[in-house]
Design a protein around this ligand. Sequence first.
Ligand SMILES: O=P(O)(O)OC[C@H]1O[C@H](O[C@H]2O[C@H](CO)[C@@H](O)[C@H](O)[C@H]2O)[C@H](O)[C@@H](O)[C@@H]1O
Ligand SMILES: O=c1ccn([C@@H]2O[C@H](COP(=O)(O)OP(=O)(O)O)[C@@H](O)[C@H]2O)c(=O)[nH]1
Length: 492
Amino acid sequence: MIVSNRLPVDRVIDDDGTATWRPSPGGLVAALEPVMRAEDGIWIGWAGVADEDVEPFEADGISIHPVRLSEQELQEYYEGFSNDTLWPLYHDVIAPPSFHREWWESYVKVNQRFADAAAAVSAKGAVVWVHDYQLQLVPAMLRAVRPDLVIGFFNHIPFPPYGIYSQLPWRRQIIDGLLGADVIGFQRVADAGNFSRAVRRLKGYETRGPIIEVPIDSDDPEAGSHRHVTMNRHGGLVRTVLARQFPISIDAEQYQTMARRPEIQERARQIREELGNPQTIMLGVDRLDYTKGIGHRLKAFGELLAEGTLSAEDVTLVQVASPSRERVETYKQLRDEIELTVGRINGDYSTLGHTAIAYLHHGYPREEMVALYLAADVMLVTALRDGMNLVAKEYVATRVDDDGVLVLSEFAGASDELRQALLINPHDIEGLKETILQAIAMPRRERVRRMRALRKRVLTNDVAKWSASFLDALTRSAHGDHPLQNPPVNRR
Ligand SMILES: O=P(O)(O)OC[C@H]1O[C@H](O[C@H]2O[C@H](CO)[C@@H](O)[C@H](O)[C@H]2O)[C@H](O)[C@@H](O)[C@@H]1O
Ligand SMILES: O=c1ccn([C@@H]2O[C@H](COP(=O)(O)OP(=O)(O)O)[C@@H](O)[C@H]2O)c(=O)[nH]1
């Protein structure tokens, strides 16, 4: 069973009141959907609109159980605590986090609702996999009522260093919530390390490598019902929790197959033509989020145009900025800033036949994404902080021609694995400009050499391998066997 804030589909109510479903935005759903299709499971989550009661239903072989959120909970739990407190705090405080006690209360209440929903429909001894920062209290809430369940948690976004995490007024409660899981997965080695440090500092629990020892009160009548209880070196009873990196991936085969479809290749050619056949197409694909470094990318490109090093006749930047969290103030401000910058650059440097930046504030279906990836000579991923960034992996999987250059921020989780990309620090605008020029001028032989190595990596470490390695660790933990070794998917 999967428990996540988002379901794979969002309910959309049209102006005339009719309800339809559309695919949900973001990488979490993109990664979990193929996993769930392969398993015969239940997915518990929010349907994407407030105050709607939706009965459980089947979608593409997945059994969907929607959880209801009121308009006030949507504002306080999702837009507030999840996306205006935790999101900026966990992404290096790029934007200032807001701390409001009523948001926290709503977060606790909604987490309890998700836990109750999971507890109600789980079979005895079932494996429950809880996802992401919106639901960090669910593991402990679930364990309290269903100690028979095997509980995993995966954090899709970074876990911040202690100096930042410790700002959170509810820092201990979140740690307690997460430690209800048997296995806690993170994107990067550094995230798992930050979490273990927070556990030691805030709870004083001992850790041995990826194993955390959670003390059990022997007078607790439930003590015997816990999984893998052992005695620690001080003779106390402890429950062990595994906290380790499991870098997420994509269904690489699916992208590769789509990239070979003649109509998608034709669409890629059409895109180039529609852009006026520039020598170089650069592409950015992001939710319109301040973590993605879209402004830094535009600044670098704008300066290269201003200096005359590049011209809009030769180079076009296609920027897909898909709508995200549009009622949160920081996101509204970001949209204004980005659109002002795009307007200025286009006003200053576009010609009648060549637009410098093709800016698209839309969400596109997967086929169109693949055509865009195929059309792009240079892919720009300039995140200031990003859990993984699946777009980087999708670009690589799509390039069946072994061509194309990936410029990748070292602050995106994907950079741990994709070492043959051109790695950049997006804060270093001069460095970013030089790397863009290097990408544009890179000889084909070098492009092919790098892309082949990248493709090997992404095709080998796909989403099936990711879920299998997490679920393997989880089921082994259910038998008291915590693997101490590093996971198979990691650096070179
Ligand atoms: O659900 P939303 O509020 O609309 O946001 C979309 C998703 O954004 C985040 O995605 C993350 O997960 C990706 C897959 O692991 C990862 O590559 C990326 O770096 C993360 O930002 C968020 O974590 C999800 O919960 C949201 O559904
Ligand atoms: O118009 C769009 C823009 C993005 N995406 C998908 O959204 C996901 C974004 O995931 P990523 O991990 O890069 O970032 P997130 O949005 O989850 O932070 C990827 O699968 C993209 O292909 C999409 O389908 N259509």
